[in-house]
Design a protein around this ligand. Structure first.
Ligand SMILES: [Zn+2]
Length: 311
């Protein structure tokens, strides 16, 4: 509640400060004839660039290396939105700030895209019903659904299609361009899915351990099971008791590779790997740009590393 009061105050202050700089608006708007698209975080940036390519300028609100679950947009982000054609959100509660920000931004032409439209969302309580969540309690404001859609290949395809439809609607003169880019990207997603579906179906071991519970959609795609150190919203390091439970579970299931995320307690992954006499390996969650890899490169690497750890 206290946090909410602060964020409303912040938005009022930002709104007041924006009144003073509205004179700059025209200049930015007529920049280069491309659509100005603002996205919330890295994975959305990748999807928009794959489909919009040369026809879009993309501005990403959540900076590189920043954990997005608890992020609040800054005054400069709201200024970008005042001059944008489109705001692309992951949806499913990932951008807890979006309602307040959209209300605060004075831009009647801004088209807001919730890319989770049409996705069969995974309920967090459903996930908590199994043993895969040994992380800390979920105290995050959320919609009761898992927001990590972009980490499933079939869900990423729906998100990309929603982006493509929005670009076509906004810039119909280039509809063929967006359609073609979408089809090319969707084909790559399909091929990756087909390749790994066969591979994962051929092995009996389905359990892997990661930093925070980000891979529910990927697990649904390939019938895998994630065991996570932290919960769905990267709430913080686990207690010694939870660590003991994780260690026992890894030993019981003979898990020797612990995946490590750059933004979520990498030291805990290392400690756990030592406890079970195993090793760590880097996994990409695309909350932020990592190792200069594209979406497809990161996902290919993830699938490969998960598959190799299960073989
Ligand atoms: Zn996350």
């Amino acid at each position: 509640m206290f946090k909410k009061v602060i964020s409303y105050t912040m938005i009022i202050i930002i709104t007041l400060s924006l009144i003073g700089c509205s004179g700059k608006k025209e200049e930015i708007e007529t920049q280069n004839g491309k659509l100005n698209v603002v996205v919330s975080f890295y994975a959305m940036e990748e999807f928009v660039k794959e489909i919009g390519k040369d026809k879009v300028n993309v501005y990403t609100i959540i900076p590189e290396g920043v954990e997005p679950h608890d992020f609040e947009p800054k005054a400069k982000d709201l200024r970008k939105l005042e001059n944008a054609d489109m705001l692309v959100l992951n949806g499913a509660g990932m951008e807890h700030w979006s309602k307040d920000v959209i209300k605060a931004v004075k831009n009647e032409k801004l088209k807001v895209i919730d890319t989770s439209q049409g996705v069969n969302l995974i309920n967090i309580s459903e996930e908590n019903g199994d043993s895969s969540h040994i992380g800390s309690e979920n105290t995050h404001e959320n919609l009761g659904v898992d927001p990590h859609l972009w980490l499933g290949l079939t869900t990423a395809k729906i998100q990309s299609e929603n982006i493509k439809n929005a670009l076509v609607e906004l810039d119909n003169a280039n509809s063929k361009y967006y359609e073609e880019n979408y089809v090319a990207f969707a084909n790559e997603l399909d091929n990756l899915y087909k390749d790994y579906k066969v591979k994962f179906d051929s092995i009996a071991n389905k359990n892997f351990v990661t930093g925070h519970a980000t891979f529910a959609y990927l697990c649904r795609d390939f019938n895998l099971n994630q065991i996570s150190i932290e919960g769905v919203f990267a709430e913080g390091e686990p207690s010694p008791k939870k660590m003991k439970e994780l260690t026992d579970l890894c030993k019981e299931k003979n898990i020797k590779t612990i995946f490590m995320e750059s933004l979520v307690s990498p030291q805990v992954s290392e400690t756990l790997a030592k406890e079970v006499d195993g090793k760590t390996a880097t996994i990409y969650t695309l909350h932020s740009k990592e190792d200069n890899l594209s979406y497809l490169e990161s996902m290919k690497s993830n699938l490969d590393i998960i598959y190799n750890s299960l073989k």
